[in-house]
Design a protein around this ligand. Structure first.
Ligand code: PLP
Length: 799
């Protein structure tokens, strides 16, 4: 039975009204927007469930190898629009909702943005889930059901303010609670030796409760599950204390247990090093492995077949404790010999590296590990000794200087280790894992990231999507390489006009929204120059704002030089404890205030920082962007995926040779990409030059003047010293080489200005970016993982 066959005979409107009445318990006269949105979501969810059951049954009957994606983060965003598009139900839903006298847009925008992740890593996991379903790969995502996702950002006098995020205050429309899938996860305690077997007796235990969200693929071909674990107390109420009148104390265990799934750590590049974080990591990893083995047992007999039937992917080192945990389950609990347990675990697990930043590589103090997970610490030592015994000539210890190196642990326990872009994978081989790579030369492979074209083009940019489908048919949505079919049509003036018209209409929509919500008016004919991503020194938002200051000075000095009007749009959150990143946000807002109030320059240059960047805001901004800022210091950005979303939507990139920018430029053509800056090897050499920043400043009066204006308080007259730490850093160590790349960045930006003035040529370059970005589909990435890492096959013929 396919989903189409399962479609109930009643119309969608009837289904909505039925859910409003019998699930929500409201009548139409009193229903709020939220009630209607929930009713529509339940009606849509019903349709997904049909496909879900078919997929589950098919996977079971095929006895197929299953893929498990373990990720601390899933930045899924809103699900209703995505589900409607994948079910091919969007037009019908719009008609049904409008037929009920409601605004379809308002209903869609009522859904909270599920921000169970920080940025790129979590968004990648979400794109992968959708592609796994589209490709009918039997798979499951495992993560944590955070009560509070990434904080909500607002600005107060230009400063970032963080507020708790409350997506679960309302019922989550898409999830199914699974109280029957509940596991006990232990912490602490001691390990005893009983008849040559280690027996771990934890001091405390919490329960992991499953919550399932179906993830429907394109055309409802297949539906996989995202299973998120919520923490609960093993014993919710201490009855003895309760009966003695200590009501608060009686509930303390529940509070403590629930704290494990309470909040997402809001730091994307520096591990928190906190006990609660390690608890979160073990909590969801242990629950997931229990669940995986339970499912394996129910389908297969011999545990030795585990690597043939199960592939587990660790998204970064956050679930790295899976190595020792799986060894513990196989050795301690199932009695396999240690060597065999390690071998089975290693052939089942794989690890994705996401960063080379040394401060981002997770390490846990041995004392903390031993205190929280005493048996695992013993197993880590044994795995370490075992590995050292096999390779005595090249010691690469997992445990060193009183710390457990989770990257080394992940590598040693993995069948395959992958980087996320060609450049990054080479750097992984040459730097962080150089020694391990020499010992295991087959282990590291590359899988360049991708994004799902359903959310990131078809759904978020219906105008462009419609034009593409008109030109080449709709096969591209499920097979993005078909976009290359656009190229022969690009000489057709009608198509060029349509593409330019769609971009302009998207910009008008964005301008109207920015004006209505933030009171800033933008000229839709100006170039929309966009940098949206987490705020980090290596991503160099300060290079971008420095160029804005220099440009402002240049326009003031010569207002009639024929400047290309430009709006610089920023978005992104800084980790609450990352002082320098928060300073950058403040500086951008201060510069924006001064520039936007300047009557001479503001017709040519405006700066806007939109608060609370999230998936929903990305979906709004990217289709309306002309220029994509991808300006990280070469060698620092592992891949980037924002860069791919922009290129796909016809924005040109100004960027460095970093991460997947390299491959984007290869695909779209060097003549359709604004390259600037040093290469990764040049960066390393430049850093060794004494006073590189001072030299760069001395050689470029524009850079010197822009820095001096910031230093003198031109944008912070109430506190002229406010940015001395930024200017001091840039004039001094400038580790991320902002000054050394500035002059070439300025040059590239003026080339961008000139290109934008030739509208027809710009449109052609933009359209070529779309036509040549088909390779950056996460479907291509997942096919790569299936073939090179998991040995998994699609259960849909021809997929
Ligand atoms: C795509 C995306 C990211 C990743 O952006 P990069 O520019 O690759 O860092 C981060 N956050 C959100 C909300 C995204 O949609």
């Amino acid at each position: 039975m396919t989903y189409q066959d399962a479609r109930p005979a009643t119309g969608l409107q009837d289904a909505i009204l039925r859910h409003l009445t019998y699930t929500i318990g409201k009548d139409t006269a009193h229903a709020t927007l939220h009630d209607w949105r929930m009713a529509l979501s339940y009606a849509v969810r019903d349709k997904i469930v049909d496909s879900w059951f078919v997929s589950t049954r098919t996977a079971y009957e095929a006895g197929a190898k299953r893929v498990y994606y373990l990720s601390m983060e899933f930045l899924i965003g809103r699900l209703l629009g995505d589900a409607l598009v994948n079910l091919r139900f969007d037009a019908e839903a719009k008609a049904a909702v409008e037929g009920l006298g409601l605004s379809f847009d308002a209903v869609l925008h009522d859904e909270p943005d599920a921000a169970l992740g920080n940025g790129g890593l979590g968004r990648l996991a979400a794109c992968f889930l959708e592609s796994l379903s589209t490709l009918a790969c039997p798979a499951m995502g495992y993560g944590i059901r955070y009560e509070h996702g990434l904080f909500r950002q607002s600005f107060e006098d230009g400063r970032q303010i963080e507020q708790p995020e409350t997506w679960l205050q309302q019922r989550h429309a898409w999830e199914f609670e699974r109280p029957e899938a509940m596991y006990r996860v232990g912490f602490g305690g001691h390990v005893a030796d009983q008849d040559d077997r280690a027996v771990w007796t934890p001091a405390e235990a919490v329960l992991a409760e499953a919550h399932d969200t179906p993830v429907v693929g394109w055309q409802a071909r297949w539906t996989n599950t995202l299973r998120l674990w919520g923490a609960r107390a093993g014993d919710p109420l201490d009855l003895k204390r309760f009966n003695h009148g200590d009501y608060v104390g009686a509930a303390a265990a529940e509070m403590l247990a629930r704290s494990i799934s309470r909040v997402l750590y809001p730091d994307d590049t520096t591990p928190a090093g906190k006990e609660l974080r390690l608890k979160q990591e073990y909590f969801f990893t242990a629950a997931s492995l229990h669940d995986i083995l339970r499912r394996f047992d129910s389908e297969h007999g011999d545990i030795r077949a585990l690597p043939d039937k199960v592939a587990i992917q660790l998204n970064d080192t956050h679930p790295a404790i899976a190595g020792p945990e799986l060894v513990r389950l196989l050795h301690d609990e199932r009695g396999l010999p240690f060597d065999e347990a390690v071998d089975l675990a290693r052939r089942t697990l794989n690890y994705t590296n996401h960063t080379l930043l040394p401060e981002a590589l997770e390490k846990w103090p041995v004392d903390l590990m031993r205190h929280l997970l005493p048996r695992h610490m013993m197993l880590i030592d044994r795995i370490d000794a075992d590995h050292a015994a096999h390779f005595p000539a090249r010691p690469t210890p997992i445990v060193a200087d009183g710390e457990v190196n989770m990257g080394t642990l992940s590598f040693v326990m993995a069948n395959r280790v992958n980087g996320v872009s060609a450049l990054h994978t080479e750097l992984v081989k040459q730097t962080v894992f150089a020694d391990l790579h020499a010992l295991h030369p087959e282990r590291i492979v590359n899988q360049t990231n991708g994004v799902t074209p359903r959310r990131w083009l078809h759904a978020c940019n219906p105008r462009l999507s419609g034009i593409i489908t008109g030109a080449i048919g709709e096969g591209w949505v499920g097979d993005l390489e078909q976009l290359s079919g656009l190229e022969p049509h690009l000489d057709d003036a009608g198509l060029q006009d349509a593409i330019a018209g769609a971009k302009r209409a998207n910009k008008v929509d964005l301008s109207n929204w920015v004006s209505a919500t933030h009171g800033v008016s933008l000229d839709p004919d100006a170039m929309f120059d966009v940098q949206i991503k987490r705020i980090h020194e290596y991503k160099r938002q300060h290079l971008n704002i420095l160029e804005a200051v220099a440009l402002w000075q240049a326009i003031r000095a010569n207002p009639n030089a024929g400047w290309t009007p430009r709006v610089k749009i920023f978005g992104g959150k800084a980790a609450p404890g990352y002082v320098f990143a928060k300073k950058i946000i403040h500086l951008i807002n201060d510069v924006a205030r001064v520039l936007n109030a300047d009557p001479v320059t503001s017709p040519f240059l405006k700066v806007v920082f939109l608060p609370n960047y999230n998936v929903t805001l990305a979906e709004r901004l990217i289709p309306a962007s002309d220029l994509s800022e991808q300006v990280s210091t070469a060698g620092k950005e592992a891949s980037g995926t924002g860069n791919m979303k922009f290129a796909l939507n016809g924005a040109l990139t100004v960027g460095t040779l970093d991460g997947a920018n390299v491959e984007i430029r290869d695909h779209v053509g060097a003549e359709n990409f604004f390259l600037f800056g040093m290469t990764a090897p040049e960066v390393v050499a430049r850093r060794a030059v004494p006073d590189h920043a001072g030299q760069a400043i001395a050689a470029d009066p524009r850079l010197a003047a822009a820095l001096e204006a910031i230093h003198q308080g031109a944008f912070s007259s109430d506190d002229p010293n406010r940015y001395h730490d930024i200017t001091g850093n840039l004039r001094g160590p400038d580790y991320f080489l902002v000054c050394s790349d500035f002059t070439d960045y300025w040059r590239a930006q003026r080339a961008v200005d000139a290109a934008y003035r030739d509208g027809a040529h710009w449109t052609r370059m933009a359209a070529l970016n779309t036509a040549r970005s088909g390779w950056f589909s996460s479907d291509r990435t997942i096919r790569g993982y299936m073939a090179d890492i998991w040995g998994a096959t699609s259960l849909r013929p021809g997929a």
